[in-house]
Design a protein around this ligand. Structure first.
Ligand SMILES: Cc1cc2nc3c(=O)[nH]c(=O)nc-3n(C[C@H](O)[C@H](O)[C@H](O)COP(=O)(O)O)c2cc1C
Length: 313
């Protein structure tokens, strides 16, 4: 199991001047910092490890129950529980340093200052890039997520970019009317890349009690059920921005990953599927490599965004 292949010439990817072994990485929150998955796959085989969200101080998260099954996916209202920046620096970063893979730190905050604090606190550390989750509720603005307002998304990007010593990608929320406006606002703020999508807002009712099932009432929907929405958003945004896009949402097979790449994604993240099959990312990497070989395509870069070429509008 541990001798999974690390080098796939055709899958080599370059983003923000950094080389990546392949474009496949875990989605934040589905993989912690990878320690628990080490039993099932060699972390050196991944394009990158994206960590769980890191806040300046520990967050306790939301009341239980925090997860519920749905058709083709799941709802979670974990509420970005995390141990905070200091524990992350002491325990998670040294663990990841032992691996030859890129490290993307997912950053969460309840105010602009909190995002800035995390990114500042990680200056000079073994981090390759930051992924800023702007789906968090902005406490100062009354609980509205930063990612649903172009001006706020632009502001967070600008402030984080000012203090970051590594590339910054902004992770977008799908709970918006116009994803293009948010993506462009982040690009104008100086973002180096965009990742999308985070979870879609949903809920479930317990028919025995007649009450909402999740302790937090609402939760985020993820898994195969959201893939068409995620793919549509990547496809929609691609022609409007110059910075690379990382596609996320319901990816479970190499064919799913390929759809996102064809829609314009330079990389893909796998979330909920890891819970069902901890080796799913290895299967996706191998599947993409075999596809490229069979189709005689020299590099995955050749097919990024090709779905746009065949559309007559
Ligand atoms: C249990 C759970 C925890 C998550 N935690 C985070 C997080 O800390 N930060 C973040 O940006 N996204 C988080 N997400 C969202 C995922 O990274 C991803 O964007 C979303 O689940 C869609 O991808 P998927 O359908 O492949 O799961 C979480 C998702 C799940 C299911």
């Amino acid at each position: 199991m541990m001798d999974d292949k690390q080098d796939h010439e055709r899958l080599k990817t370059e983003l923000w001047g950094l080389s990546f072994k392949n474009p496949v990485m875990p989605a934040s929150g589905s993989f912690a910092s990878g320690r628990e998955y080490g039993e099932y796959l060699d972390l050196n085989c991944l394009g990158a490890v994206i960590t769980k969200g890191v806040a300046p101080i520990p967050w306790r998260g939301n009341p239980a129950p925090r997860v519920a099954e749905t058709y083709g996916g799941m709802l979670n209202s974990v509420g970005l529980q995390n141990s905070g920046l200091e524990v992350f620096k002491r325990e998670d970063l040294p663990f990841l340093e032992d691996y030859d893979t890129r490290v993307g730190v997912n950053v969460v905050g309840k105010s602009v200052e909190e995002y800035v604090e995390v990114v500042k606190g990680l200056r000079g550390h073994a981090v390759d890039f930051f992924e800023v989750n702007i789906s968090c509720p902005n406490v100062k603005e009354g609980g509205v997520a930063f990612g649903v307002d172009p001006d706020m998304a632009n502001l967070v990007t600008e402030k984080v970019k000012k203090v970051a010593d590594k590339p910054v990608i902004m992770k977008l929320s799908p709970n918006v009317t116009d994803i293009v406006a948010i993506g462009k606002a982040c690009e104008e703020g100086g973002a180096d890349g965009l990742s999308l999508i985070n979870t879609l807002m949903g809920m479930k009712i317990d028919i025995k009690t007649g009450k909402p099932l999740l302790g937090n009432v609402f939760g985020g929907l993820s898994g195969p059920a959201i893939k068409p929405v995620a793919l549509r958003m990547v496809y929609q945004l691609y022609p409007h921005v110059k910075i690379p896009i990382i596609g996320i949402g319901g990816i479970r097979t190499w064919q799913d990953a390929l759809e996102f790449i064809m829609a314009g994604a330079s990389g893909v993240q796998v979330g909920t599927a890891n819970f069902q099959n901890p080796r799913v990312m290895i299967e996706i990497i191998e599947g993409l490599d075999s596809y490229l070989k069979e189709e005689n395509i020299g590099s995955i870069r050749e097919i990024t965004g090709i779905s746009h070429q065949s559309v007559n509008r």
